[in-house]
Write a protein of this length. Sequence first.
Lengths: 324, 278, 326
Amino acid sequence: MTHASDLVRVKDLSVCYSAAGQSVPAVKHATFSIGAGEVLGLLGESGSGKSTLALSLSRMLPANARYESGAITFRGRNLLPMSEKQLGAVRGAEIAIIWQDPALALNPVMRVGQQIAEVLRAHGCRDRHERVERVQAVLTDVGFQRPSEAASAYPHQLSGGQRQRVGIAQALCCRPSLVIADEPTSKLDSALQVEILALLAKLRALHHMAYLIISHDPAVFGGWTDRMLVMYAGEIVEEGSREQVFGHPLHPYSQGLVRLSGAPAGAPRQLLPVIPGEAPDLTRRPAGCAFEPRCPERMKVCAASHPAQSTPEANRQVSCFKYE
Amino acid sequence: MNSQPSAPATPPPLLRVQELAKIYFRRGSLTHPGSRVQAVKGVSFSIEPGSTLGLAGSSGCGKSTVARCISRIERPDEGEILFEGHDLAALSFRELRPFRPAIQMVFQDAATAMNPSFSAAEIIAEPLLIQGIGTAKERAARVRQAMQEAGLPAEWSGRAAHEFSGGQRQRLTLARALVLKPKLLVLDEPLTGLDVSTRAQIANLLLEVQAAHGITYLFLSHDLFLLGHLADRIAVMSDGQLVEEGPTSQIMASPQHPETRKLLAASGRQLAPAGAGR
Amino acid sequence: MKSYVARRLARAVLLLFAVSVLCFLLTRLAPGSFFDEIRLNPQISPHTIAALQARYGLDQPLPLRYGRWARSVVRGDFGFSIAYNTPVAQLMWAPAEHTLLLGGVAMLLCWLISVPLAVWSAAYERSWFDRGVSALTSFIISIPEIVLALGLLAFAVRSHALPVGGMTSIGFDELTGWGKAMDIARHMLAPVVILVLVATPVIVRHLRASVAEVLHAPFVEAARGCGIGGARLLFRHVLPAAANPAISLFGLSLAALLSGSLLVEVVTGWPGLGPLILDATLARDLDVVVAAAMLGAAMMIVGNFAADLLLLAADPRIRTGSPDAG
């Protein structure tokens, strides 16, 4: 499912973490692509490898991460063999990240406007006045009514929602072509979540950058997400358009998640439809499908061997024996 | 002769809060003057025994302050907190001691709510130790029982807290809260920050525990979707005041106050399959 | 702001008063007096000694003597030195300047070396450079100051590389301005090196630990994710956030500016406050001793105050009273 206008092409990517002498696989044989201006949603829970996959796109993984195989192509250039210096030119200017916790992602002793200006400076904006102007412009874009006041504030003087807006401003100030949003709303309460997601949608409509949105909550992927990837235990288990994946999910895990989020608020004290069990321990690598222990539709073959990717419909992929 | 049948006696509410108020003072520093913040004002509600009251509101609305006043981590400046008829707000710290086991609190961030190097057994046994309940053997038995109820395997009792995953840690805090067999459990956003499926599992666990023991819940959350499943009644707070209250079905179906509508809209994010834009 | 400064000033005055009383008391209560040695001399009659004692007020009760001393402080004399027969203030000016010069140069060099060393050490954590710096600092810290001083002295004397003793050579006055500066510099080299060796390892270790901790903070990773890197990241982003422990140490450095070099001055013969105070203590020239102690206390107050102001300037969280101020 690759197109000529693909911005990012990930092929057979596998990433491991070495911890305490063991090698823990975080991402296994991931293959997908993001087109220019496309919004790709990555749905998965803790331990699914979604953050690892996303952060590997700009090589922002911690020191103990190993790229076991695969290639990451951005605008035709393979990112994996690049040096830190070359990556420094890509990060911020072409691929930017919006972090989960805005309180932690900002420097506590530097004014917010200065922090955005630093990104501009790092990517060639030499003129101080131009930097000030651009900082004001991007702060207005993300919704600050009084950008000059906001620019001179310190992070601890801002509310959680304002801090996240600053994080978004910092990511967008150099007009990157890909924005990776790692759980951009998990640390915010629900009213703020709506605001921030609306902001992201509006900015996308304005600047047409591509997004990779990561979340464990299906409700985050609003009407503006184009395609969806569902990850479980380091593998992409389902891929398709948003309507397809949420409208009629194929993989039992996706089905479970969709059923859970869509459960109507009926009579109180009703038990929610849960997916039993817990996320698997990644150090143990079962021979069969990783979801098998929790799957309500498991078959004998599921424990014995690993399902391959199949294409039951056009532009859809799923890794499940049901469709093989 | 009185031939009128007497009305069935309704049990008195387990908890009744009247006109609760709390003010925080922020100390002045070198360059800024001190400030006075009215965190909570004129809050009144009651909870029937065995039921769940959902206290909803965005961050900063004062619901955490209310929770802390009820569990007497802090003392309210005004108002009454009538627990089974006793006014907790008027009692001193020492006088509160006999009431402590009956009111337990579960916090949002399980990771910071307990010592990460303690083992699970130590964490769960601690309240028993503090209250001086039982012998070591009896305590161990109660710890096992609490772990089983919370869905934690008994073999994990020796594991250190930092080795547990997010959802497991929350089960651990729940086990710790349950070990004293409380009558009222105050839960301050206990499911925020958990994965969607973990959240559902623990929500179900809370329902099961409530059904088994008849515990009363005061459940704080900004997520009305969740409260719609867990609570019998919902009270909405905004800016330190209670703005709306009623049975869950009524609040969810026809919210009156703009804050309630805002929360409902935020939580009612359904997966619009037909591409309904935002 | 004004009330803050006024409060600090008032507290400082009270503190100095308390220190002066304590010093005064302790020195007077300690056994021995200035005239003990003279008493041993059979040629001087007890009558003369009694007259001398009366003249310097040594026979009066303590509170009266304190009052006399306090009056002399207000006058600007800070007491009277029996040994040198001059008011203490006049006596201490020149040595104080010399000590300030020595301490100031040492402090400047020390910080100029420590900061980059600590930052680069932390940036390349566990590299050979870092491990080397760590080993070296551990080694130097474990050597007592006097051993370092004597060791360097021995080296200087044997190698004839540095002049030892005093601040200037003979024939100083005939040198040109530049020549004079160079002469002083050469004499200063040994004591400065000792002072720098003593102070640098402590600062390096503390700052390195703080910078290493900040380097693992999420906001540093976020900055890297924006493409900021290299020296700019280290010195403009990381260092300010890691500066708090260093600022406290800076305050202490400042506080010890006049008193920290006492040993070194005595050993290397630098004409500063060190030898003066030592002699006065041994000779029981008590007004000089009290004045020296007061000077030390005053510098401590100044150093603390400077550190507090710097902390306010450097950490906005403290400035605005944020609940999570470091």
